[in-house]
Structures are given as structure tokens and as C-alpha cells.
Write a protein of this length. Structure first.
Lengths: 171, 171
């Protein structure tokens, strides 16, 4: 993480950093194909560096991220597109240790968020994970059994350890 | 992208790279907070390096990614969690130029995918984008008006140019 842990207001610091990024940009004219044939479904967690943890570079992989790294309908849609249009030939589903989505029940999250927001959050859905291992198995099965994802595509389920940087294959 | 553009089968190359990553790992014991107060909603496209394009490092930001970089119900859920539990104080919605989701109609995608998959894909939903600028405005409005995301959170809509590396603020 950056040393500056006091967030700036607005976007000026980020846009200044983008100017510097664009000045050194070398990926222009590149296509949107996954050049290493990889798609990753993982969590939005700030500790996860999806390309870095797999030794990949920009251009190599499609990266789908949501709370918990779950194979939702949107993830399946993304994987179908990846497989048939964007060269995806192997899919990694990667939840992680110490995930916020495994820490609370949905009722608890509604209470915590409602209190912090100052308004009743009972209407808001939160897709908590009761059993991460079982969820991972179900998620990998959802990809493997999808009628529009052929059996030639390799699908694996892994848990990423945020304290060691290690991926552990579970499915 | 990596020089090797012939995808390997299975995961051995990626797991070997992960071993090397873990051997040099320095982020252990770190929390899941967004230390620069940032959340990004962007596309799964392989050309996008969400942290790099904003000058951020792992630990700084929550990154939510789906086809097109759309503010879906899942994205809103993620942002609500980010704002109230994970220090998110500014949100960037970032679709990009040359996005596959802007190139086809849903009917065309069903035909193309069905032909490639060898089975009828008429049942599969594809969230294509007819007007990217209008979609971005609607998506930013969805975040700004969300009852559980306070007005103190900065929300901006940007288009990322995959050929120049530049972010262009639109909303």
C-alpha cells in the first residue's frame, strides 16, 4: 500500500498519477484477448493483486471481481464471453482468507450498515458466505456444468492466503 | 502482456509463479481496508490495470470488475460495504474504449456464442451497452442516489482509453 493513508478528497491526486501513467504507456493498439488464456474470478479485496499473484501481466487475463469472489450469474456471463470471444481456456475461482463476507450474517451486516448509514438497511441484500469451502465447490461446479462452457476449459478452485500470498488448490 | 502467447494447459505454470510471488511476499498481516479511500468499478478487460492507471498499490483500493464496468446491484452492494466497513470515501466508475460489450447487440452475441458453443444460447443474458456515455451517467447516478451511500462520498464517471492509458472524466 502507499504510505499516504489519509485519503485525499476528490480525484485530483489520482488523475495526476494517471497523467504520469499515460506518459509512460506502452500497451496502445493492443487487443482485449486473454493472451495467457486465463480468467480469474476473485474478491474485490484491496489485499489481492490478481495478476501479481499468478505471475501475469496486463493483457494476459480477464479479471472478474465481486464481494467474496463468487460465481454469480454475472460471473458466468463474463466467463462465457471470455471463453468464446476472448481466448479464455482456463478459469481460476479464488476466494481468500479473512474475507469480510465470511465474518458476518446478513442480519448482522444489515444492522451494522444501518447504524453507520443512519437509515434502515433491512432492504439491502448482502451475499454473505457461511461456508467458504462449500461455496467454492458449488461455484466451481457451476462453471464446470455451464452448458455454454465446454469441458476442454480447465476450471480450478483455490483459496488465496492474504497473509502468505499462497494459492491453495481446493477443487 | 507476457511473451508466451500460447496458453499452457492446466495451472502448473501459474502455481509455480505463485510460489515465487509468495516467496517475496511482504503484505502479510495487512487488513482489508482501502488505505487511499478508493473504490473502482471497472471492466474485466485484460488491458486494464486498475491500480497502475491510478498510481495505486495493493492495499489502497477495492476493485470491483464485471463485463463493461457496470454499476449492477452487486456493484452497489459492494460499494455500500466498502463505504461503511472498508474506508471507501471516493468511487470511480470506469468503463473503457473498444469494449466488447459495446460492439454487439444481445441477439448478435447469442448467435455468435451459440455457433461457437455448438448449442442454442438464446437463454443466456448478455448485458450489452448501447450507449456507453448514457450508461455511465446512469451508473454514476445510481451510486450517488443510493440511500446507503452518503453524499460525503465523491463519485466520478470516467472513460479509460485503452490506447493512450488516459482517464477522461465525463460525469
Amino acid at each position: 500500500m502507499s504510505e499516504n493513508t489519509t485519503p485525499a478528497l476528490g480525484f485530483d491526486d489520482l488523475l495526476a498519477a494517471n497523467d504520469a501513467f499515460a506518459a509512460k504507456f506502452t500497451l496502445g493498439g493492443f487487443d482485449g484477448i486473454a493472451h495467457r488464456g486465463v480468467a480469474v474470478v476473485t474478491c474485490m479485496d484491496s489485499r489481492i493483486d490478481p495478476l501479481g499473484m499468478l505471475g501475469l501481466s496486463p493483457g494476459d487475463a480477464k479479471i472478474f471481481r465481486n464481494p467474496g469472489g463468487r460465481v454469480t450469474a454475472a460471473a458466468l456471463e463474463a466467463l462465457v464471453l471470455g471463453v468464446h470471444l476472448l481466448n479464455v481456456q482456463r478459469i481460476l475461482v479464488v476466494p481468500h482468507t479473512s474475507c469480510a463476507m465470511t465474518k458476518y450474517t446478513e442480519t448482522e451486516l444489515r444492522e451494522i450498515i444501518g447504524e453507520k448509514a443512519g437509515s434502515d438497511a433491512s432492504w439491502q441484500g448482502f451475499h454473505v458466505i457461511n461456508d467458504q469451502e462449500a461455496a467454492l465447490k458449488a461455484d466451481v461446479a457451476a462453471v464446470r456444468s455451464h452448458p455454454l462452457i465446454p469441458d476442454t476449459v480447465a476450471v480450478g478452485g483455490f483459496i488465496y492466503d492474504v497473509d502468505s500470498g499462497k494459492l491453495d488448490r481446493r477443487v
